[in-house]
Design a protein around this ligand. Structure first.
Ligand SMILES: O=C(O)CCC(=O)C(=O)O
Ligand SMILES: [Fe+2]
Length: 366
């Protein structure tokens, strides 16, 4: 069993791989894999108990959505010559990170063409038959789908994903020739996203007094990762989550979503839709930045609502330090005990196993 960066856990049963977002098994033994010759995971077949119960559950949309939208920031001003505009841009980034924990960036330096190429490759790989994707020998075991441990619809994520540690992408033997174009595009995108994440993280750290060269200092290619998400259209929508509410267990995440929509973030106890903007990437603060900043920057709960009519795709880059890195606080007195990223991940794994869900930063309060 393995836990992933963002509260993801993977288990193997009867030669089949189950990787999921969050919970550990209670009625896990009840999960049966039904063979499928199509590409979409057999969600309803494997989780028939959950989906027959689901009609009793309230529609998420009834909760009502807040009106506002996360700030939109033009990063072109960071590269410009006008110092006043540069400072205003830095201020916008830091303000959004402490007030929202989420923001959108345009003129981010990652080309439309690269993002479009990545999307094409992403679609191709999800079209592969489910039985092939779920095989543990396929692409280094990085496939996951659904939530095998879910005992109710609220715990279930109607999605599948491939998660690639950045270090593996450049290793040719992880990818057969069949996937050489996927590997090439992913390598380019991972480099571009790493650079952007590094720029943003450094700005946020410097704002709180950090004076080093790179932030986080021990960012690691083995722990940073790219995740390709696919949310197949869902007949139980809008009652079903594409991804259950969670925070990310990293420093920050950069996300490219398609035109479908469905990503919601929490703001002032209300869900706010992060509407698709073809020119923007979405940035969100993760738990480690909230911890390091002593709660100044906010790691905000977000979720994806499944869509009844169309499939949805997104690509996420997670900025993480090495497992040995100490996530101390930038200021004393610190809200949290010192902990390493490895300890944080282990604790997430233990909590998911014992309580069915991630507890997160509050585990490390002083
Ligand atoms: O697909 C999305 O919009 C969000 C994905 C996400 O939150 C994640 O992968 O952690
Ligand atoms: Fe997330």
């Amino acid at each position: 069993m393995h836990a992933y960066g963002c509260g993801l856990v993977q288990i193997k049963k009867n030669r089949h791989l189950f990787t999921f977002f969050g919970q550990l098994p209670q009625s896990y033994a009840a999960v049966q894999l039904v063979s499928s010759h199509e590409s979409d995971p057999p969600f309803t077949e494997c989780f028939s108990a959950i989906f027959s119960e689901s009609r009793k559950i309230q529609n998420h949309e009834d909760e009502g959505l807040g009106e506002s939208e996360p700030p939109l920031i033009d990063l072109g001003n960071l590269r410009g010559k006008n110092e006043k505009e540069r400072q205003a841009c830095i201020e916008a980034i830091t303000k959004a990170s402490l007030q929202w924990g989420f923001f959108q960036v345009v003129n981010h330096g990652i080309s439309h063409e690269l993002l479009a190429q990545m999307r094409r490759e992403q679609k191709k790989i999800f079209e592969i038959p489910f039985e092939k994707k779920v095989n543990s020998r396929f692409l280094n075991d990085c496939y996951r789908w659904g939530t095998p441990t879910a005992t109710s619809l609220e715990q279930f994520s109607w999605s599948e994903a491939f998660q690639f540690p950045i270090g593996n992408i450049s290793e040719e033997d992880c990818f057969s020739r069949e996937f050489s174009s996927l590997r090439e595009v992913m390598e380019k995108l991972a480099n571009a996203m790493s650079e952007l994440a590094g720029i943003l993280a450094k700005i946020l750290a410097e704002n709180l007094g950090y004076r080093g060269h790179n932030f986080p200092e021990n960012s690691s290619k083995n722990t940073c990762f790219l995740r390709l998400n696919h949310y197949p259209k869902c007949t139980f929508s809008p009652k079903t989550f594409g991804l259950t509410p969670h925070t990310d267990s990293d420093f920050l995440t950069i996300l490219h979503q398609d035109e479908v929509g469905g990503l919601h973030m929490m703001k002032d106890f209300k869900w706010v839709a992060v509407k698709p903007n073809p020119n923007a990437l979405i940035v969100n603060i993760g738990d480690l930045f909230q911890g390091w900043s002593n709660d100044i920057y906010k790691s905000v709960i977000h979720k994806v609502v499944a869509n009844e009519n169309v499939d949805r795709y997104s690509i996420a880059y997670f900025l993480c330090p090495s497992y040995e890195s100490m996530i101390g606080s930038c200021k004393e007195p610190s809200v949290y005990k010192n902990f390493t990223f490895g300890e944080y991940r282990n604790q997430v794994e233990i909590d998911v196993k014992e309580n069915g869900q991630k507890v997160g930063l509050s585990r490390f309060l002083r």
